[in-house]
Design a protein around this ligand. Structure first.
Ligand code: CP
Length: 304
């Protein structure tokens, strides 16, 4: 039985095959509309979500399956003190596959150790968000038609932004990938990622506070929200929340074919005037999430 806990649980070849399957689903949705007839997906969300939970549910419904679950810890027996280990033991008797989002780093991994069904990490604290990474990579693959030789600028909250951590881990496996890490000093990427992933892999990267300096060099600009829910101190959040606001003026020096990505939700970091720029692909990116999650469900259930 396979789980997806970290973006590295899939080899480059497996990821390549998953992208091809997702592209085929996108091209011919009807062909896949009954493969999961009789199967159930449980969405166990201990933290708020719009895209991840609903795109998982949409993915399973598109495949002919059914969905059940909860959307907050308060509406589950976690509020009475039930552990993740006990919860997944119970859910293993109710569903065929589970997607779990939890504020504690490592909770989906713990669940996978006690589960009789495949477990998917749908985001754990500030740690990883592997299905967002699959969504991001599927977006790049579809729109750029390559994953190698890419200069990617990550901008905003690189300390708590789990989507950034997961995507860096996944993209360093492709040759010629280079990063601009654009953040305030307080929200720099964690040292362990620099030492264990970037430095250890001899990956080229530049840390900077300046979005303007990085802009002309980028093939992809990956904007992120400052993660209010991970701050200990509201005053720090208020001071840092508007560090970067992307607008059309700042895009004047960007390449014509640069992709502007964002895992969403956005708050202030991308001005609405950018939404109509042809380089803005963040809403398309969220829609691609359904197809890559359909492909993932099929693979983990061993149906394709
Ligand atoms: N990108 C993402 O994880 O969005 P949600 O928090 O709405 O699921």
């Amino acid at each position: 039985m396979r789980h997806l806990i970290s973006p590295l649980d899939l080899s480059v070849d497996e990821l390549d095959n998953l992208l091809k399957l997702a592209a085929d689903i996108l091209a011919d949705k009807e062909k896949y509309s009954h493969i999961c007839d009789g199967k159930k997906l449980a969405t166990l969300f201990y933290e708020p979500s719009t895209r991840t939970r609903l795109s998982f549910e949409s993915a399973m419904l598109n495949l002919g399956g059914q969905v059940l679950g909860f959307s907050s810890a308060d509406s589950s027996s976690a509020a009475k003190g039930e552990s993740v280990a006990d919860t997944i033991r119970i859910i293993s008797g109710y569903a065929d596959i589970a997607a779990i989002r939890h504020p504690k780093e490592g909770a989906p991994l713990v669940a996978s150790l006690y589960s009789d069904i495949p477990v998917i990490n749908a985001g754990d604290g500030g740690h990883n968000h592997p299905t967002q990474t699959l969504t991001d990579i599927f977006t790049i693959y579809n729109l750029k038609h390559r994953l190698d030789n890419m200069t990617i600028g990550f901008c905003g909250d690189l300390k708590f932004g789990r989507t950034v951590h997961s995507l860096i881990n996944a993209m360093v496996r492709y040759p010629g990938v280079k990063f601009y890490l654009i953040s305030p000093d307080e929200l720099k990427i964690p040292d362990y990622l620099k030492e264990e992933v970037l430095d250890a892999g001899n990956i080229e990267y530049i840390e900077t506070n300046s979005l303007e300096d990085a802009m002309p060099n980028l093939d992809i600009l990956y904007m992120t929200r400052v993660q209010r829910e991970r701050f200990f101190n509201e005053a720090d959040y208020i001071r840092l929340k508007d560090s970067y606001i992307l607008d059309l003026k700042k895009l004047e020096t960007a390449k014509d074919d640069m992709l502007i990505m964002h895992p969403l939700p956005r708050v202030n970091e991308i001005a609405p005037e950018v939404d109509n720029d042809c380089r803005a692909v963040y809403f398309k990116q969220a829609h691609y999430g359904v197809y890559i999650r359909m492909a993932l469900i099929l693979r983990l259930l061993g149906l394709m």
